[in-house]
Design a binder for this molecule. Structure first.
Ligand SMILES: [Fe+2]
Ligand SMILES: [Fe+2]
Length: 305
């Protein structure tokens, strides 16, 4: 091989080569949270469950009116709220992956990776369930008709919509967890849980991004318009989740005032913008951040005004 040939950039890996690489990574670094977290270690009495600056009311008048115990309790209830949503999100992602696999070649590396990802998510669901139990709060469960709607979503998660939905569910939490996990104010169990989750989710995000990079250029104009317009609904979902009334009520706060303050807080907006930034940049890169979506993400506080 001549020097000039060696200098040529390598061709982008195919979907199967990409999946093979992620499979090798999964063999090297995967966790079994049942044994990789010390579930018997007692909680630390004066530590937060989310870093204070990542609690929805931080830097609002209501936060300053609260005692430190109330602030810690709100961080506990907001962690449980997020873990609860994480469980049902991973549930519907797994449902969508299984339905997709039914139509695929079982010898394909991409199918093997999808099954590996599915296994990661089932362990995450156990980890989140055990974490909720350990912190001693009740999970936040969607109402019956919400559960019916949520359970129907995987039927629509196909093709590029599946990968956009996966990224919306994974990337925002991922970038927030990366900001949170090194905070010394945090309970050690929560730190460990976030580190495990971030490590395994990094592969899921790469796989979903690769799927979109390969599919986006070939999308027809109507599908492209649909996918690039619909993803902004994610902003409404996250605004609803992050200002759910249940954690406020459990701490004994005026839930309407708390929600209003959280939704108009400039600090909170900055946290949300930083959490969404990597995904926003990626959606722009692949041409799937449409005008309608951009407006929805901005209105719900995930893009600068
Ligand atoms: Fe996960
Ligand atoms: Fe994931």
């Amino acid at each position: 091989m001549t020097a000039s040939m060696r200098q040529q950039p390598a061709a982008a890996p195919t979907r199967q080569e990409f999946a093979e690489r992620l499979l090798k990574g999964s063999v090297k670094k995967s966790y079994a949270p049942v044994v990789d977290i010390d579930w018997d270690a007692p909680l630390e009495p004066d530590k937060f469950f989310l870093p204070p600056r990542c609690v929805s009311l931080y830097d609002t008048p209501m936060w300053d009116e609260m005692t430190r115990e109330q602030q810690i309790e709100l961080s506990r209830q907001e962690l449980v709220n997020t873990l609860s949503a994480g469980i049902w999100f991973e549930n519907i992602l797994n449902q969508a992956l299984l339905r997709k696999i039914m139509h695929q070649d079982p010898t394909a590396r991409s199918v093997h990776y999808e099954l590996t990802e599915l296994g990661d998510e089932t362990r995450h669901m156990v980890m989140f369930g055990k974490a909720i139990e350990l912190v001693g709060a009740k999970p936040v469960r969607p109402r019956w008709w919400h559960r019916v709607v949520i359970n129907a979503l995987p039927l629509g998660f196909k093709g590029s919509v599946l990968w956009v939905a996966a990224l919306i569910g994974e990337e925002i939490f991922d970038s927030l967890q990366r900001q949170m996990m090194d905070d010394d104010d945090l309970q050690p169990m929560v730190q460990r849980l976030m580190r495990i989750h971030v490590t395994e989710e990094a592969r899921h995000i790469q796989f979903a991004r690769d799927g979109l990079r390969k599919r986006a250029p070939a999308l027809g104009p109507i599908t492209r318009l649909w996918v690039s317009s619909i993803n902004g609904l994610g902003g409404y979902f996250f605004r609803y989740l992050f200002t759910n009334r249940i954690p406020y009520l459990r701490v004994g706060l005026d839930a309407d005032r708390a929600r209003r303050l959280a939704r108009t807080s400039p600090h909170r907006r900055q946290v949300q913008i930083s959490g969404f930034a990597p995904l926003a940049a990626f959606l722009e890169e692949v041409g799937l951040m449409g005008r309608v979506s951009r407006r929805m993400w901005r209105r719900t506080g995930f893009l600068p005004q």
